[in-house]
Design a protein around this ligand. Structure first.
Ligand code: CUA
Length: 325
């Protein structure tokens, strides 16, 4: 009976420890200087916490094993007072003082401006990114080895940007602008997410930071800055007509075609993105068809309403959007 209970406790402790440590291994894989500093201070705090834990547990064991009554009461009381002052005042003051200094140094080391700027705006539930000269959504490309200042705000409720591999979190508050500087050491795709509960699809408010060698980034930027490519065949031209004569243009923008829509993601080079719906589905013809027909079935609560298009119109508009490289 008793050993059964002990076994349960041990297995619970082991599961808790492995879950925690797996989280650490995944979350603390810094790929940039800012995340590196956060990782460093995390491990310093872990070591301090570990030492304090061992000291406290040691004191507890000593206290439990000590006989209830041994020796002079005056000496006892004197020792107790020393112990309280040493262990309860001086030790915490020293430990917390050292951690505070390290913490402040970490905060002060954060850059406040970058070599390039991207305006990032949070919407329920997606991300708009405006570079010098063009706007895109949900996939934010940056050059490696470059400090990139993200100027953050929101159009609706409070969101929060979090790219664990690159930097700490930063809130996006309507009516205010906040700066988060990110830098990636090496090329890669880094998942970013909303870290402030903002509504039904908070968990599916994802984006990707695509860090590329500066030459690759420049090629991507030049392509993004260009207007949408002209339709190359009659089906694509029909698809563009479908786009222009339905409610799509009310919310979305395609530069070079109709760029008045401001409520939804810019679609000028949609075909170059890997995901749709801020990370919820892959950018394939089938998924895009399902999304346009009824986004509410895929991401309930998203702002885009279902579209009642004929089968032909739907396949033409999907073909056209799929050609926007
Ligand atoms: Cu946006 Cu949570």
């Amino acid at each position: 009976m008793r050993s059964g209970r002990a076994a349960r406790w041990w297995s619970a402790a082991l599961i808790a420890a492995s879950v925690t440590l797996t989280g650490c291994a995944g979350g603390l894989a810094p790929k940039g200087p800012s995340a590196g500093r956060i990782s460093d201070i995390f491990w310093v705090m872990m070591v301090f916490a570990g030492i304090v834990f061992v000291i406290v547990m040691g004191a507890l064991v000593i206290a439990l094993r000590r006989p209830a009554d041994d020796g002079d009461e005056a000496i006892e009381r004197h020792l107790e007072r020393r112990f309280v002052i040493g262990g309860g005042v001086i030790l915490p003051a020293v430990v917390l003082g050292i951690l505070m200094v390290l913490n402040v140094r970490t905060i002060v080391a954060e850059p406040t401006s970058g070599d390039m700027t991207i305006d990032v705006v949070g919407y329920r539930y997606w991300w708009e990114a405006t570079y010098d000269g063009f706007t895109t959504a949900n996939e934010i490309h940056i050059p490696t080895g470059t400090k990139v200042a993200l100027h953050l705000t929101s159009v609706d409720v409070v969101h929060s940007v979090w790219i664990p591999e690159l930097a700490g979190k930063a809130d996006m508050v309507p009516g205010r602008e906040q700066t988060l500087v990110i830098e990636a050491d090496e090329p890669g795709r880094y998942v970013g997410r909303c870290a402030e509960f903002c509504g039904l699809q908070h968990a599916w408010m994802l984006f990707t930071i695509v860090a590329e060698e500066p030459a690759d980034f420049a090629a991507w930027r030049d392509n993004e800055a260009a207007p949408a490519p002209e339709p190359e065949d009659p089906q694509l031209a029909r698809g563009r007509e479908v786009y222009l004569t339905n409610s799509c243009v009310g919310c979305h923008a395609i530069r070079g075609v109709d760029d008045r829509g401001e409520l939804g993601p810019d679609l000028t080079h949609l075909a170059n993105r890997e995901k749709l719906g801020a990370g919820i589905i892959d950018n394939t013809d089938d998924e895009l068809t399902a999304w346009i027909a009824n986004p509410q079935a895929i991401k309930p609560g998203v702002a885009m309403p279902p579209q009642s298009l004929s089968e032909e119109d739907l396949s033409d508009v999907v073909a056209y959007l799929g050609s926007l490289k």
